[in-house]
Ligand binder design. Structure first.
Ligand code: PGA
Length: 251
């Protein structure tokens, strides 16, 4: 059965020293928690120290992006091989900010998903509609397009290792969270879609997180829903005390 995974997405925040301090505090705060995986998506500049800071604790480290190639002339890029070599376990891929500001397509995201799986990294594949999509009644079409795009060409064994993060773009950083019912509706749709793409057993293995203004006050209610298997948390993951409360919402 799938795991509950609560992941913080720090985005472009925290110097190395700030990151290490927050991670140590977070690890202490959640030291006795079992049954939920806790992950922090930290900036590239701190990943190496971040992995060391959480060694022997319940916290694991994610990168927020990667290049699909192993190495080569790709100025400014970081490969899955480099991430694996320093002890990173997860990579956040296809975040709406990367799709929107850096033109990332489903095809490019799919290449990254495959590269991460090939190197033993767990991809966190972000999918989700913009406000105009929702208002036009296109939520399911957009979510299906992102999901099919990200999973393209994966065997069911590979698919079972992917984490999906449903993040309605209108809820990211806006304080406007989807209601638990709204989120559950889309999560159930994703599960049904994965069942049709693979089979019920595979779909039941795949962790589907909710993201978009998840916080200490709404996390438990969201994650209590049948198909909401954790969270991808931006703003509320920056503070170790706040994030510990969010994590406990998964229990
Ligand atoms: P937020 O960000 O929690 O600040 O809305 C979530 C995300 O972008 O992953």
């Amino acid at each position: 059965m799938r795991r509950k995974i609560v992941a913080g997405n720090w985005k472009m925040n925290k110097t190395n020293a700030e990151a290490v301090e927050t991670l140590k505090k977070l690890a202490a705060n959640i030291a006795d928690i079992k049954g939920v995986s806790v992950v922090i998506g930290a900036p590239f500049t701190t990943l190496s120290d971040a992995v060391k800071a959480v060694e022997g604790t319940n916290v694991e480290i994610a990168a927020q992006n990667c290049n699909p190639k192993d190495s080569g002339a790709y100025t400014g890029e970081i490969s899955p091989v480099m991430l694996k070599a320093i002890g990173v376990n997860y990579v956040i891929l296809g975040h709406s900010e990367r799709r929107e500001y850096y033109g990332e397509t489903n095809e490019f995201v799919n290449e990254k998903v495959k590269a991460c799986l090939a190197h033993g990294l767990t991809p966190i594949l972000c999918v989700g509609e913009k406000l105009e999509d929702r208002e036009a009644g296109n939520t399911e079409a957009v979510v299906e397009d992102h999901t099919r795009g990200g999973f393209a060409g994966l065997t069911k064994e590979e698919a079972a290792k992917v984490v999906v993060a449903y993040e309605p773009v209108w809820a990211i950083g806006t304080g406007k969270t989807a209601t638990p019912e709204q989120a559950q509706e889309v999560h159930a749709f994703i599960r049904k879609l994965l069942t049709s793409m693979y089979d019920a057993e595979t779909a039941a293995e795949i962790t589907v997180q909710y993201g978009g203004s998840m916080n200490a006050a709404n996390a438990a209610e969201l994650m209590a829903k049948e198909d909401i298997d954790g969270g991808l948390v931006g703003g509320a993951s920056l503070d170790a005390d706040t994030f510990a409360i969010v994590v406990k919402g998964a229990l």
